[in-house]
Ligand binder design. Structure first.
Ligand SMILES: N[C@@H](CCC(=O)N[C@@H](CS)C(=O)NCC(=O)O)C(=O)O
Length: 200
């Protein structure tokens, strides 16, 4: 398999962490691309030109990080990332979706701030900041450290939080949510998180 990714893309990071946690990363060739430069290899696989994009072994593409994560988990024997139990399964999927909602808003902020200052909309930015604050305040309480029971939802939240710190440090989420701060820091020593740290 081939994974088109960018080091600063939090959606890519999620997939790369999942691949490592479910021990399928040896079967994946990671191909670094810049999605903003219309790389021909990426466009051939994904007409929307977004990372992550996975080329499966049968040369068919899979797009969208949740789809790719689920596919990789389906290839592995890891039953912790996405539990079989119906109630737990949907809890994990919900957490994954909450994390993706944070990422979508965060990416919106980053893109808006990349526009020339005179074209930036303070209204759009304020709305996105409000959404981010609300989303963070509604995340579940993290009273335990993750230890051995890391799920796909935890990975997604971990990626979203570290992306916020990387790209929107003025949001200062650690000060608002000391429980999340402690929990997120406990993820950092994992090899999967270390090997995929965002960097320009
Ligand atoms: N819903 C998609 C979002 C992917 C996405 O927006 N990726 C960004 C990088 S973080 C991208 O490739 N942007 C390039 C562009 O907008 O042209 C997913 O979960 O994979």
């Amino acid at each position: 398999m081939k994974l088109y990714y960018a080091t600063t893309s939090p959606y890519s990071r999620k997939v790369r962490i999942v691949a490592r946690e479910c021990l399928v990363s040896d079967d994946i060739e990671e191909v670094l691309v810049n999605p903003f430069e219309d790389d021909a290899r990426l466009l051939a696989a994904n007409p929307a030109g977004l990372v992550p994009t996975l080329m499966m072994d049968n040369n068919t593409p899979l797009i969208d990080s949740p789809v790719i994560c689920h596919y990789l988990i389906s290839l592995s024997k890891n039953k912790t990332l996405l539990p079989d139990d119906n109630e737990q399964y949907w809890q994990v999927r919900q957490l994954e979706a909450q994390a993706d909602a944070i990422l979508d808003q965060a990416l919106g902020v980053v893109m808006e701030k990349r526009r020339e200052t005179k074209w930036q909309s303070p209204i759009v930015l304020a709305r996105k900041y409000e959404k981010l604050e609300r989303c963070l305040s509604r995340l579940p309480e993290y009273t335990d450290t993750p230890a051995t029971t890391l799920t796909l939802g935890d990975i997604a939240i971990g990626c979203a939080l570290s992306y916020l710190e990387f790209r929107i440090p003025d949001l200062n989420w650690r000060a608002q949510r000391p429980d999340l701060d402690k929990w997120q820091k406990s993820l950092n020593p994992r090899l999967s998180f270390q090997e995929t740290r965002p960097g320009d």
